[in-house]
Design a protein around this ligand. Sequence first.
Ligand SMILES: [Zn+2]
Length: 335
Amino acid sequence: MKPSSLKISILMASVLLLTCIGLTEKKTAVSAADLKNWINYLSSDQMRGRANGSPEMKVASNWVADRFREEGLITPPGWNSYIQEYSFASRQRQVAERNVVGMIEGSDPKLKDQFIILSAHFDHIGIKRNAGADSICNGADDNAAGTCTLIGIARTIRLLKLKPGRSVIFAAFSGEESGMRGSRYFASNAPVPFNKVYADINFEMTGHSEELGKGKYYMTGCNNSTLDDVISQFDKKGSIILVDTIKSAEQLFYASDNISFSRLSSKDGISVGIPSGTFATSTLAPWIHTVRDESKLFDFENYASLVDYFSRMLVWLSEKKTPVDWSVKSFARPE
Ligand SMILES: [Zn+2]
């Protein structure tokens, strides 16, 4: 090879290499490494599976509150703390638990008295007896992943100085694995009137990519309301896609905290009628509620791009004038 053509080859190889780096390292405000740090802490063995009523749940709730404070969230209207304490009866004993709730005040004077609730549960099922050497159910994807999605969105909004139009409530719930106790309590003891809540976006199991493929997520209950139709108008040319062909999405609508906003009220079972859905990347995966739900199965790069997407989508949605309607009328907001 002549020296000149060698030079050209090296130049071309360098250009190709730089292009590849550019394509694979799309910068997000919250990196895969940030998420890995958070997840590895929240789903570590020292958390002992975050069982409701355990001392580790108190540690976890304080950790979430510290992250909310660090990202500049304010406490909800009328509250002087991020912590909401409550208790529920389970197997003849009273279990004391805490929700962690923060807020970003909306920037649009006309919309700031309306709210979008972002939610995720941070409890899990604790220790499994007779499971062998590793008996801790770490609950990395269920649901340290959803919890850290909330934290990641708060950080993205802070770092990119994004300004949501409506106010945004960040609610990390305990008690989900004991029958959605935390979100039901919150729904009956909320800091804001529910007729001012535009939608609840709940996050669960957002750490994996092997089931749907990279850059894809789904919403539970996508046939019940127009929430997914509104959201699918966002960033149509982008690389992240809302998949609406997941069979179990209908059934899973009833299996997470979103339902506490759409149907349940711990007072008397009446509808509170807030359009909701759970946003996830896995359905009924074989590692769910087993000791195998660990962060080593995560696709952290994919997870980081989803957190970036959800942050931008939330801000876009917070300015949307289109109301979200129920397709299934039995969920409708009370008159
Ligand atoms: Zn869960």
